[in-house]
Design a protein around this ligand. Structure first.
Ligand code: GUN
Ligand code: ZN
Length: 442
């Protein structure tokens, strides 16, 4: 990545509090071996990056000149990484009563139509990022709208906050209303211009973004596949097999395709840097192919229950070696909080007969999502060399949570009530590239 364009604090800062961090994937190894908790720990930040992590006493002695911030009992973690969301849908979150295709037509498309207005897009991008920070989320991968202005607004708002975000122009050339359709050519050319403007600028990462196969012709998918081949460091984000009606529609629209994934694969849109949101109703071939390619699926549990999509097979897919990130999918998702999202992931897994450990949930919301975005070790990671994006959790943020956490005998029992019942009140502080993030809500 290019050197950050935003100003970095030059002083050494030492943050004190509890620490929870990961050295490996708790789905692949026993969680005891890859999780590390320090009751009185410290994180040293230098030039916007984490320089050292360890016991508070040891780091205080090693860096006596560092400026100290003491969070007391606060639990310092990597900031949350939301691997799939739609910032243009912030204004229509929690819209009632529809399933996917009707929800898109009734609520989403009319709202997305408004993002050709740069002022409207700017206000929505700023509001979304401020909400995300208030919920402890420091990196987000967002779909924008068809309008290049919506992409400029997203990256500009992130740059102003020093945040590492992913984004891309959402391309659609059919099955969308007039005013929300581009063409194969304009989707390619406008995306190419946005890649030149934003990809690798400061902390920005561009994702080539066909919305999903029903709203793209084969020609458009192929144009975007060719663009990805020309820009292989870009990510590619889309949707896959979210609802049964949608899968059936894809079969009608692409009768030649073996399955839904094949509509992307045939167009050059399947690769290790590909991100496929939802991926609930997969065939055996699709699962095997995703594992073979090393692509990432993004689980959006509050969305899957809110719009009635189904139950993601976390255990089966992780065991098969498929990469999985976690995401809010706002506004199809019903919460900006990755805590609430972890709770929903826990509940969805339970309904499939699998109990996820809090270590696995927290790993998914940080390291798992970062790996999905090919940003592993850069964000979502509390360790030397990572960018210093942190969330500090208050594990007793409400009376209900506090009275349960009080009985906790270890860190997992202490943190689980916050995962299940917490929201933005549980976020005590947020650091972005080492700096205190502005909390407009406080
Ligand atoms: N599939 C295609 N577009 C969307 C969207 O905006 N939200 C969700 N949840 N699914 C989609
Ligand atoms: Zn989505």
């Amino acid at each position: 990545m290019a050197a950050p364009a935003y100003p970095l604090g030059m002083t050494r800062q030492l943050l004190l509090g509890q620490i929870l961090r990961f050295s490996g994937d708790p789905f692949a190894a026993p969680w005891q071996e890859v999780t590390h908790h320090e009751r009185r720990g410290a994180v040293l930040i230098e030039d916007g990056r984490i320089a050292d992590v360890g016991a508070a006493d040891a780091l205080r002695a090693a860096y006596p000149e560092a400026e100290v911030t003491d969070y007391g009992d606060g639990l310092m973690m990597a900031g949350f990484v939301d691997a799939h969301m739609h910032y243009p849908q912030t204004g229509i979150i929690a819209s009632w009563g529809k399933r996917l295709i009707d929800w898109l037509n009734t609520y989403t498309f009319p709202e997305e139509m408004r993002f050709g207005d740069p002022a409207y897009a700017e206000a929505a991008a700023e509001r979304t990022l401020d909400l995300a920070l208030a919920h402890g989320t420091t990196t987000l991968a967002s779909f924008c709208t068809i309008h290049p202005e919506s992409v400029d607004a997203w990256f500009a708002a992130a740059e102003a906050r020093g945040m590492r975000v992913v984004g891309g122009k959402t391309c659609m050339d059919r099955n969308a209303p007039e005013g929300l359709r581009d063409t194969a050519r304009t989707a390619h050319d406008q995306s190419a211009a946005l890649i030149a403007r934003w990809h690798g600028q400061g902390r920005a990462v561009y994702a080539i973004t066909p919305r999903f196969s029903p709203t793209s012709t084969r020609a458009q998918l192929e144009a975007l596949g060719a663009l990805w081949a020309d820009h292989p460091t870009c990510l590619m984000q889309t949707h896959l097999s979210e609802q049964h009606d949608e899968v059936a529609w894809v079969h009608e629209l692409f009768p030649e395709a073996r399955d839904y994934l094949d509509t992307y694969e045939a167009a050059g849109l399947l690769g290790p840097r590909g991100l496929y949101g939802h991926a609930i109703h997969l065939t055996a071939r699709e699962r095997a192919r995703l594992a073979e390619i090393g692509a990432a699926l993004v689980h959006c549990p509050t969305s899957n229950t809110f719009i009635g999509s189904g139950l993601f097979d976390m255990a089966g897919l992780k065991t098969a070696g498929v990469g999985v990130g976690l995401a809010t999918d706002t506004g199809g998702g019903s919460s900006f909080s990755m805590l609430r999202t972890m709770a929903a992931a826990y509940e969805v897994a339970h309904l499939r007969g699998v109990v996820l450990h809090p270590a696995q949930l927290l790993w998914l919301a940080t390291e798992g999502s970062a790996r999905a975005l090919h940003l592993g070790g850069t964000v979502g990671h509390l360790g030397p060399g990572a960018e210093a994006d942190l969330a500090v959790l208050d594990l007793a943020s409400t009376r209900a949570i506090a009275q349960r956490a009080e009985r906790a005998e270890d860190i997992w029992e202490a943190v689980f009530p916050t995962i299940m019942m917490g929201d933005d009140r549980a976020i005590r502080a947020v650091r972005v590239a080492g700096r205190d993030a502005v909390r407009p809500d406080r």
